[in-house]
Design a protein around this ligand. Structure first.
Ligand code: NAP
Length: 336
């Protein structure tokens, strides 16, 4: 098994190195790619020094079984043909192909078999906010069809990449020194602030991030589910949180929901409010599952339920989900 990571120097790329090692992903060789900025940098993987190659339009992907690509949508679009032309399976973390009809959009806990039908050799990894939501929704969908969802996200700085994490740290340092904080990655200062603006605004007043939650959820769940989202950037370093309200076809009790979450694949139930036990990003950064807590009946709707989820969006929301897709393909003998 020959594996490539494209965008190895980035927040997600670095997480790929950790996840592949942590899960003992079966491979004979790992090849790292980046732009001219990181080409030549050396990373250590399982005791071996690997030098980043510059991604170019050549035959470098010949013989590579799977490429984990996290270098932005423009790079994915530009290099998809180069990456897949010799049969490499491209698992793409960007938004480039997610809504394309002939490209599956996969969360292994929800729709793993969709990954088997990939006419272009590309499998898309969903948006990080969507991944954690659908893992939780699946548990309830198994009890009663979910008709609609309202969700507010609390998204960590690292969702905007490695430089955004650095900017948040720098802003706190600058403010403590009495200096004007540098604002480059976000629309406003994020330190001591929350910003109701993730990705660009669209004509309908929603942001692209909010519409990703609407469209991608329907595609992954093969459902007519409707999702209305408000996506907010918060000064958290890592792990996104989401407050979610759902309406099901029949009323689902809190007890039923708790049992379903407790038994669901990829979910950890953390819901003992009397003991101040609920999920928080500070404690969930670096972990694999989606944590669910604060489960309550919606006071405004007899068929409504509300809950709180937290998950590490660089891990389950990106690198881990992609590696789990590859693990599924290996398990069903579809690659390798
Ligand atoms: N951060 C998250 O939580 C998250 C979650 C889900 C999905 N994603 C998606 O994953 C992708 C990467 O995000 P990130 O947060 O890791 O960003 P990042 O920290 O800014 O890293 C970007 C990576 O892309 C590489 N790159 C950029 N242009 C390239 C080119 N022309 N050729 C080769 N490599 C190139 C960079 O390499 P150089 O250093 O060489 O420029 C770097 O390794 C994005 O599409 C993002 O939407 C991110």
């Amino acid at each position: 098994m020959k594996v490539a990571i494209v965008g190895a120097s980035g927040a997600v790329g670095q997480e790929f190195l950790r996840v592949l090692d942590e899960r003992n992903f079966p491979m004979d060789e790992l090849i790292l790619f980046g732009s001219s900025r990181s080409a030549g940098h050396v990373y250590n993987f399982r005791g071996k020094q690997i030098t980043v190659k510059e991604l170019k339009h050549n035959d470098d992907f010949k013989g590579i079984d799977v490429a984990f690509v996290s270098a932005g949508a423009g790079t994915s679009r530009e290099f998809a043909e180069t990456i897949t032309k010799f049969g490499t399976v491209m698992i793409d973390n960007s938004s480039a192909f997610r809504m394309d009809n002939d490209i599956p959009l996969v969360v292994p806990e929800v729709n793993p078999e969709d990954a088997l039908n990939r006419p272009c050799g590309i499998i898309a990894n969903p948006n990080c906010t969507t991944i954690q939501m659908v893992v939780a929704l699946k548990a309830i969908e198994n009890l009663s069809h979910i008709k609609r969802v309202q969700v507010s996200t609390y998204q960590a700085a690292s969702g905007a990449g490695a430089t955004a994490m650095a900017e948040l740290v720098k802003q706190y340092e600058q403010i403590l020194k009495g200096e004007e904080p540098t604002v480059e990655k976000f629309a406003y200062q994020l330190a001591y602030n929350v910003i109701p603006h993730v990705d660009v605004f669209l004509e309908n007043g929603y942001t692209k991030e909010e519409m990703k939650m609407y469209n991608e959820t329907r595609k992954i769940m093969h459902s007519d589910i409707e999702v209305s989202a408000t996506c907010v950037r918060v000064p958290v370093m890592r792990a996104h949180s989401e407050a979610t309200w759902i309406e099901t076809e029949r009323p689902v009790s809190v007890e039923e929901a708790r049992k379903a979450f407790a038994e669901a694949e990829g979910v950890v139930l953390q819901d003992e409010p009397a003991k101040k036990d609920y999920p928080m990003p500070l404690f969930i950064a670096g972990k694999d599952p989606v944590y669910v807590g604060r489960i309550r009946k919606d006071l405004t709707n007899p068929n409504g339920l509300t809950f709180w989820t937290v998950s590490d969006q660089i891990k389950k929301g990106a690198a881990l989900n992609a590696v789990q897709i590859a693990e599924y393909l290996i398990k069903v003998k579809n690659i390798g």
